[in-house]
Design a protein around this ligand. Structure first.
Ligand SMILES: [Fe+2]
Ligand SMILES: [Fe+2]
Length: 273
């Protein structure tokens, strides 16, 4: 049973929980309390600049990360699952940070309902992957992880449209592009359990990209901005890198992301590297 005065206070409780399993579990508990109406006000609690994290994994700059081998050995599969667990833990924090940070932005109840659902699903993804790591005699924290993932949150902390443009509409959309190949790798190495988890992740992530796109368009309509133009401008300003193929056109289409938004001449314009 949770006793949080407001959704932003509960969001901050998730963000300040260091343990991976604890954070993921609390994310799901808070989401259920919100869905049942046990938490009903937004409040105004201020999220931390950086979320609490466990003592391990060691966070390394991207350039110092060990190279992943391409074979289907257990070690390689563990490394891949570990990297995914790290992404999901960041995704939990990103969802609650968005909820707490932008709660004052005069948004409808559905905005919070949908992002709370996203946060619950990210919690499930982490727990599924962590269980799978345990079945392979590993755990989250056993390997180093990449320290670049919170940068997008810091870079876009000032503006909800910038946050939506980068986190769901670039980073999570990129997840749609790369996950089918990962599912294939697990299938080819006979790891059907891991493949099944990634299919759940892919299905849910289509929803997360769709939620991001929906609210980005909503905010653009509110101010009379052209959504594709503003998105490209925000990507150019706040994303260091290129939007690079292959694109999962089918999954992106399901998320309401038409190819003309990310393909063609405009895509090259988006690259800042
Ligand atoms: Fe996820
Ligand atoms: Fe997600």
């Amino acid at each position: 049973m949770t006793h949080y005065a407001s959704l932003t206070e509960a969001a901050c409780a998730v963000l300040t929980t260091p343990g991976g399993r604890d954070k993921a579990t609390l994310s799901r508990v808070v989401a259920a309390a919100w869905a049942r109406g046990e938490i009903s006000v937004l409040g105004a609690a201020i999220p931390p600049d950086r979320p609490a994290r466990p003592g391990t994994p060691e966070l390394l700059p991207p350039a110092q990360m060990p190279r992943r081998r391409s074979a289907g050995s257990t070690g390689t599969r563990i490394a891949l699952l570990h990297a995914l667990a790290h992404i999901e833990l960041n995704a939990i924090d990103l969802a609650w940070d968005l909820i707490a940070r932008f709660a004052a932005d005069d948004l409808p109840r559905e905005f919070f309902d949908q992002w709370v659902t996203v946060a619950a699903e990210e919690g499930l993804h982490f727990l599924l992957i962590e269980d799978r790591l345990a079945a392979l005699s590993a755990h989250y924290g056993a390997l180093p992880a990449h320290d670049g993932l919170w940068e997008a949150a810091t870079e876009t902390a000032h503006d909800l449209r910038a946050r939506l443009a980068i986190v769901p509409m670039v980073l999570e959309a990129r997840g749609l592009d790369v996950t089918p190949a990962m599912i294939g790798r697990f299938e080819r190495s006979g790891d059907e359990e891991s493949a099944a988890i990634l299919r759940i992740v892919l299905r849910d992530e289509i929803g997360h990209v769709a939620v991001g796109k929906f609210w980005f368009d909503y905010l653009c309509a509110r101010t009379g901005d052209d959504s594709p133009t503003l998105w490209r401008n925000l990507v150019r300003t706040h994303f260091r890198g290129a939007l690079k193929p292959p694109f999962n056109r089918e999954a992106r289409e399901k998320a309401g992301f038409p190819p003309d938004l990310y393909l063609g001449a405009d895509t090259t314009g988006v690259s800042v590297s």
